[in-house]
Design a protein around this ligand. Structure first.
Ligand SMILES: [Fe+2]
Length: 388
């Protein structure tokens, strides 16, 4: 990387981090001038006390609210449009997203359609949103997406079976409230899969051709924290390790918000568009194969990742160190119970061609991958990931 070049970094989100910060949701909404918030969450979370914590905080600050708890995993265009209808009918003037990537992405999409109008399909791709969203406060309840600080929303076109990325600086939440106590009841399987998603964000950002000194700092620190905290967070769910993972997830988000993700996410979006596999699990299975493929594209950076993961890289060549990074990521995924192959996760071999088409068309940034993949490469990677 050339330090004499110019670089830009966009960090517009006010981040409140720490145990108990969710109680400040009302005060933050008031600060943003919100008088009636649409609280966007999912069907699973509605059964827990978490949305109630947030709505209580809104009540305490005199902010009216309407709950929209219909978001499904991989939110669809139909769900977003339903949310837009509720937002308009209730006279809302702000959004509070409570949940993992799905409610946060759905809230962004509800927001930009609410202010920009039209059909959501008009916004797929980069920088198509013209007008700012209503104020958006994002409160993550998983340790993976980083969506609370990113410009990206992923919405699924269920008819065409494609997951489409919508990237715009307007999508970046005004406030992120990262309260690790909200992760306390997250099932250990979800800690594992969302934590591995955060690791993929950090690795893809660090090795992205759009990487730069400023984003590398976020990515490497996130990798270090995940190496230290993911295993015990999965094993025990204690608040110190969950806090480490919550911080890592947000740091990784700050990195990839500015670099995009690369081939792991391009390929995993194509998997989850066709098969019922959680986003983090698909990434966690694919990442070891993609890193192996990418290694010759940037051995130095893969060596850095090995060191950040705690491997002893002293005296090793970058390629040797990089191979340690691949092994370390595989071991971490194994230790936290991620299936070894896509087949083990329930993906059929018959989907390879359709998934390869999807990955090559992905808007999540194959062009910035450290090694340029051909369609044939992607087919070979899916075959490896299916069979192990
Ligand atoms: Fe992700």
């Amino acid at each position: 990387m050339d330090i004499s070049k110019t670089y830009a970094l966009h960090l517009p989100t006010r981040i409140l981090f720490g145990i108990g910060t969710a109680q400040q949701a009302g005060a933050e909404a008031v600060r943003l001038g919100v008088s009636h918030a649409l609280v966007v969450t999912d069907g699973g979370l509605v059964q827990t006390e978490i949305p109630g914590l947030v709505t209580k905080a809104l009540d305490a600050s005199g902010v009216k609210w309407t709950l929209f708890g219909d978001v499904e995993p991989n939110p669809s265009i139909e769900t977003v449009m339903k949310g837009v209808g509720v937002y308009a009918r209730q006279g809302c003037d702000g959004l509070i997203a409570v949940g993992g990537g799905s409610p946060m992405d759905a809230a962004k999409a509800i927001g930009f359609v609410a202010t920009n109008g039209g059909d959501i399909r008009d916004y797929f791709g980069a920088d198509k949103i013209k007008k700012p969203l209503p104020p958006l406060v994002a409160i993550p309840t998983t340790c993976g997406t980083g969506s609370e600080v990113t410009q990206f929303a992923v919405v699924t076109d269920t008819e065409k079976r494609v997951k489409m990325g919508i990237g715009s600086p307007h999508n970046i939440p005004k406030v992120a409230i990262v309260d690790p106590s909200l992760l306390a009841k997250l099932p250990s399987k979800m800690v594992a899969s969302t934590g591995m998603d955060a690791l993929c964000h950090a690795i893809e950002s660090y090795t992205s051709q759009a990487g730069q000194f400023l984003t590398e700092a976020f990515s490497l620190r996130a990798i270090e924290l995940i190496a230290r905290h993911l295993r015990p967070a999965v094993a025990n769910g204690n608040l110190v390790d969950l806090s480490g993972m919550a911080m890592a997830s947000t740091l990784a988000g700050l990195g990839f918000n500015n670099t995009r993700t690369t081939l792991v996410h391009a390929m995993s979006h194509a998997v989850t568009a066709h098969a019922q596999v959680p986003h983090g699990v698909a990434n966690a299975i694919l990442v070891r194969y993609v890193m192996e493929f990418n290694l010759i594209g940037d051995p130095d950076k893969h060596g850095d990742i090995a060191a950040a993961l705690g491997e002893d890289t002293d005296g090793l060549s970058p390629m040797e160190a990089g191979r340690l990074a691949v092994d370390a990521v595989r071991d971490l995924a194994d230790d936290v119970g991620i299936p070894r192959t896509l087949r083990d996760a329930g993906v059929s071999d018959t989907l390879v061609e359709a998934m390869a088409d999807g990955a090559m068309k992905s808007t999540t940034g194959t062009g910035l991958n450290p090694r340029r993949p051909t369609r044939q490469d992607v087919v070979a990677l899916y075959r490896k990931a299916l069979a192990g």
